[in-house]
Design a protein around this ligand. Structure first.
Ligand SMILES: [Zn+2]
Length: 175
């Protein structure tokens, strides 16, 4: 538990924006929620770059992602039967991606990020069949950096069925 003790102090290697983000997510409660979840799940928490806290060893089924962020806390899933990896060895691209989510928490004033994110994930699921490809938050954090593949958008099923029926009734069974 070395990570979160210095949260109120100034860290010279952080940019003004990173310091602001850290303070904002502390004040809005999202980092505390992240720390609470990380501790409850028995993860090991260390200080990471950009004022982020990295928690390794998440083994609950949900969320299915390899890493997820709550406030300034980036939580990494552990591989069953494998020794706990040091989350500081995560790729810079992934840390950048999760850092963007930490910024999104700050911009959403903390916990409102969660319902907004789930709404965006639901929209993406409807449009592309996966929760990330058309999810505003994942797209602006960088799909590839987050380990996602861009799925093509698809028309709404009702509209498609009607269009298909109008153009070629034989194709309807494929819809
Ligand atoms: Zn993401």
């Amino acid at each position: 538990m070395t990570g979160h003790r210095g949260t109120a102090s100034n860290t010279p290697d952080l940019t003004a924006g990173q310091q602001l983000r850290r303070v904002a997510n502390l004040v809005n409660g999202s980092t505390l929620l992240g720390l609470g979840l990380a501790r409850w799940a028995g993860t090991k928490i260390v200080s990471g770059p950009e004022g982020l806290l990295l928690a390794a060893g998440w083994s609950l089924k949900l969320p299915v992602a390899g890493a997820f962020t709550v406030g300034n806390v980036v939580v990494f899933r552990s591989q069953t039967g494998r020794p706990l990896p040091d989350p500081r060895n995560a790729t810079p691209a992934l840390l950048f991606h999760e850092g963007r989510h930490a910024t999104q928490y700050a911009l959403c004033l903390g916990l409102p990020f969660l319902p907004l994110y789930f709404a965006a994930a639901g929209w993406s699921l409807l449009r592309t069949g996966d929760p990330a490809s058309a999810n505003f938050f994942e797209v602006s954090a960088g799909l590839e950096a987050g380990g996602y593949r861009q799925a093509p958008t698809r028309p709404f099923s009702l509209r498609r069925r009607r269009t298909v029926a109008r153009t070629n009734p034989l194709q309807e069974s494929e819809a």
